[in-house]
Design a protein around this ligand. Structure first.
Ligand code: ADP
Ligand code: ASP
Ligand code: MG
Length: 816
């Protein structure tokens, strides 16, 4: 004999019930079967909700009953042939009349007991099982309706009744041996006490009914038919990459369901496990999918050994209670007293941790019980609190438990390190940890708002070694930003294939608008920026990123805005990596720069800004490598402005200085305001950043800037500036002539030596390292302890959107 249980979604309405019917027909042609069904989807919730409304004298219960009645009437009309319908329609009407009487009684009394709640809740399964049985009979199948509620006997602990297995097993065995029909069908979830009051087995309890029956008659197997293709590596509603687990042990399944895998009601495993009955989880909507086998004897044993964990589960609405005090140390019986007082109040403890100092004990319970638990514990420990041996119990709410489960965890070292490492890198704060001595499960308590992120991080780390999802937020879609976005789209397939990295552009903004997609903004959507984006500010963009709380996030600042760096700290504090081509942060006040670096370090993330100096050239990375490996920078000599290099390389007297600057701007080699380049401010910022990275706490004001622009050129708008350049042409001409007459060329250089930095226009002779620079080239010459005779030289294109974007891209990859 096989036992099949169909859940609420499987019997949600007539179309689904026809799928169920097919499965039943197929299985009953081979075996004798017992079918247990849930109430129609959502019906139990609605029955209870209406009862609660009635007890508050809120008349909305009448509408709910009416809707439920219509739902069942429609089901009869759709499933039962017309000739047989009328008796079933009266059957449904009669039961809804009875129900209405009960509800009216509740409304009059304004009181709802657990006993009445169970009586009401029992109507869901009672009706669904009767209607489905009638349908199967009308189809000519050898089917009998069994009132399992009368056979399964429990205590009178309404809403969570305990089964009397001796009596129940006997009743079920007798019934099933006395009735030889091919198909026996009955309600799940509901039972009865010794006085024949209706009881229920706890929410989700239809699974349990089926398991109790399977165990009582030593069934060949138990099949739980639901709306997913098995027990999955994570709740598919939270982790879209969750996959069905093909085989899993009873103990593992028990841990997963205990910690929130709703697909199986936790008590359902015990009865079949004791009798060693195979339990399958199958999908009503994909009956050919393999599903999950839960058993002792795992076939693919070798495969299983390679896998550390089988699943990750999540349980929300958790509260932590901590009882603490010096009076707890070494005193036996404190924990017993704590557990006893909660058990007396029927408060379920989900997780316990106690430090080895015994100074405190922390337990996790359902949030809804928190207030009651607090009062219960404080009164049980009133004397100890008065004597200051313990403090009043501390309560924290808004938490979730996330559990990683797998038999093989006990034989592996480093599982917790891996688990905590990947959570830590994503800024998830762990409030409590518990690991059972079986080492089959590591459970952590975290803030509820982080739970989806944590489940995905762990899922990715333990089950998707294939591909790591990175979430990018790109701020700025100017020259560099748009090139970067293009490069990412072009390169993504390659990164996926060769480096198992999937870059998702999860958000894009400019100074006015933004767009988001957790799954990644497609190239098409991005190209429709005008229509698809919505208004924003920098702050709102940051708030949205924080609120979305996605794992492996990188914020990319490809603006020159002074406002954007203002959000870095709040992002770093959420462990969001920052890659900036914007140099304002790294060249701002030294304390601010240092603070951002420290914040990144304290929150296990990175703040990279390689492109601040020399665009895509590996300048900052080189300094970092030198310093980390024990070298010391003695001096830096450099040409750091691609713009100024371009300008002085092209300014040969044949065109005005103003024309040459305009060309540089047009070709995208200048900052939006070219004066930042021409005044030497940009070069000064760069040498400042290099000096700081070399370990010198320099401030911007300490840099000597020997500029060449007349003061007047710095005033007014960018147009005024070009105007002024034209007026001052003779000044620029004389600088050029002077150099030419000395047989030299003009270069805007930067120098750092003996703790001092300076920038300025210099005449450079042909034997200098700085002489042979073309176009927009940069050069940086390091003298270090190790490179003392022959300096370390980095040279190449130091400006341009394409190379800058590729430098930013490299920083992104490095940051994750
Ligand atoms: P039924 O009504 O068939 O009893 P449930 O709603 O009780 O179905 O359980 C199935 C649901 O459990 C799935 O739709 C899924 O959203 C949820 N679920 C949570 N965790 C898991 C998991 N690890 N594997 C499969 N399903 C899960
Ligand atoms: N109908 C009950 C509930 O919703 C039992 C079940 O579906 O398993 O809790
Ligand atoms: Mg269920």
């Amino acid at each position: 004999m096989k036992i099949l249980k169909f859940g609420g979604t499987s019997v949600a309405h007539s179309q689904n019930i026809l799928l169920v019917e097919n499965i039943i027909k197929k299985q009953s042609s081979k075996d004798r079967i017992v079918v247990i069904v849930s109430a129609l989807h959502n019906v139990t919730d609605q029955l209870i909700k209406a009862a609660e409304s009635a007890s508050l004298k809120d008349e909305s219960y009448l509408n709910i009953i009416q809707e439920l009645e219509e739902k069942h009437i429609n089901l009869v009309k759709e499933l039962i042939p017309v000739l047989a319908q009328s008796s079933w329609l009266s059957f449904v009407k009669k039961h809804f009349n009875d129900l209405e009487d009960i509800y009216n009684g509740i409304a009059v009394l304004g009181e709802l007991t657990d006993r009445i709640k169970d009586k009401i809740a029992s109507y869901g399964e009672f009706l669904s099982s009767q209607i489905i049985a009638a349908r199967l009979q009308e189809q000519g199948l050898d089917c009998l309706w069994m009132n399992s509620a009368d056979l399964i006997k429990t205590d009178s602990n309404f809403t969570h009744a305990k089964v009397d297995f001796n009596l129940t097993d006997l009743n079920l065995k007798n019934y099933l041996s006395e009735h030889s029909n091919r198909i026996i069908i009955g309600p799940g979830f509901i039972a009865s006490d010794s006085k024949n009051n209706r009881t229920t087995l706890g929410r989700g309890g239809s699974d349990y009914t089926a398991s109790i029956i399977a165990a009582a008659v030593h069934a060949e197997e138990l099949q739980i038919w639901t709306d997913v293709s098995g027990m999955m590596t994570a709740d598919p509603r939270l982790a879209s990459n969750a996959k069905p687990i093909l085989e899993i042990s009873y103990h593992e399944a028990m841990e997963l369901s205990h910690f929130g895998a709703k697909v199986l009601y936790p008590p359902s495993i015990q009865p079949v496990m004791v009798k060693n009955i195979d339990l399958f989880i199958k999908n009503t909507f994909a009956p050919d999918a393999q599903g999950t086998l839960i058993s002792h004897h795992l076939k693919a044993e070798e495969n299983k050994m390679q896998q550390i964990a089988v699943g990750v589960s999540n349980m929300s609405h958790i509260a932590l209670l901590t009882l603490e005090g010096s009076g707890m140390v070494g005193i036996p019986g404190i924990s017993a007293k704590l557990f006893q007082c909660l058990s007396q109040e029927k408060i379920n403890i989900i997780l316990i941790t106690q430090g080895s100092s015994e100074h405190s004990i922390t337990i996790a319970i359902n949030e809804k019980d928190a207030f009651h638990a607090e009062n219960t514990i404080n009164s049980a420990f009133a004397d100890d609190i008065n004597l200051e041996r313990v403090y009043p119990v501390k309560i924290e709410t808004g938490l979730s438990i996330v559990a990683l489960v797998g038999e093989n965890m006990k034989s592996r070292s480093g599982v917790s390190a891996k688990m905590f490492g990947c959570l830590g890198n994503n800024g998830i704060n762990i409030r409590a940890i518990a690991q059972g001595s079986s080492e089959r499960n590591i459970s952590i308590v975290i803030s509820e708002k982080d739970s989806k992120k944590a489940v995905n991080i762990l899922h990715e780390e333990f089950f998707e070694s294939e591909i790591k999802q990175i979430h990018l937020y790109i701020c700025g879609i100017g020259n560099v930003g748009s090139k970067l976005i293009q490069q990412i789209y072009d390169q993504n397939e390659y990164l996926k294939e060769n480096f198992l990295i999937n870059l998702r552009i999860a958000g894009i903004s400019n100074s006015r608008n933004m767009m988001f997609s957790d799954q990644g903004i497609s190239r098409e959507t991005y190209l429709n920026w005008e229509e698809q984006s919505k208004k924003t500010s920098v702050r709102e963009f940051a708030e949205e990123i924080i609120q979305r709380n996605l794992r492996n996030s990188v914020f990319v600042d490809v603006t020159a805005s002074a406002d954007v760096p203002g959000i870095y700290e709040s992002l770093l504090k959420r462990s969001i990596n920052i890659v900036a081509c914007n140099k304002i942060a790294a060249s701002s006040d030294f304390e601010k720069y240092k603070n951002l670096k420290n914040t990144a370090r304290n929150h296990n993330c990175n703040f990279y800004f390689e492109t601040n100096v020399g665009a895509g050239l590996p300048v900052i990375g080189t300094i970092n490598d030198l310093i980390k490996s024990g070298d010391k920078i003695i001096s830096i000599q450099a040409v750091l402005s691609g713009t100024l290099n371009f300008v002085f390389n092209h300014y040969d007297g044949s065109r005005t200085f103003s024309e040459v600057v305009a060309q540089a701007q047009k070709e995208g080699y200048t900052e939006p305001d070219p004066r930042l380049d021409l005044s030497g401010t940009d070069v000064a910022r760069k040498i400042l950043i290099l000096a700081r990275e070399a370990g010198y706490p320099l401030q911007f004001e300490q840099i000597e800037n020997m500029g060449f622009l007349p003061e007047e050129c710095m005033q007014g708008s960018v147009e005024d500036f070009y105007e002024k350049l034209t007026q001052y042409e003779s000044h620029f001409k004389s600088l050029l002539n002077d150099a030419q007459s000395n047989g030299k060329i003009l270069k805007y250089t930067a120098k750092f030596e003996n703790g001092k930095a300076e920038v300025g226009l210099q005449q450079v002779s042909s034997n200098s390292d700085l002489f042979h620079l073309y176009g927009k080239d940069n050069i940086v010459i390091f003298k270090t302890l190790r490179y003392s005779e022959q300096p370390l030289v980095i040279k190449g294109a130091g400006a341009g959107a394409e190379v800058t974007a590729s430098g930013v891209f490299a920083d992104i990859i490095r940051s994750i």
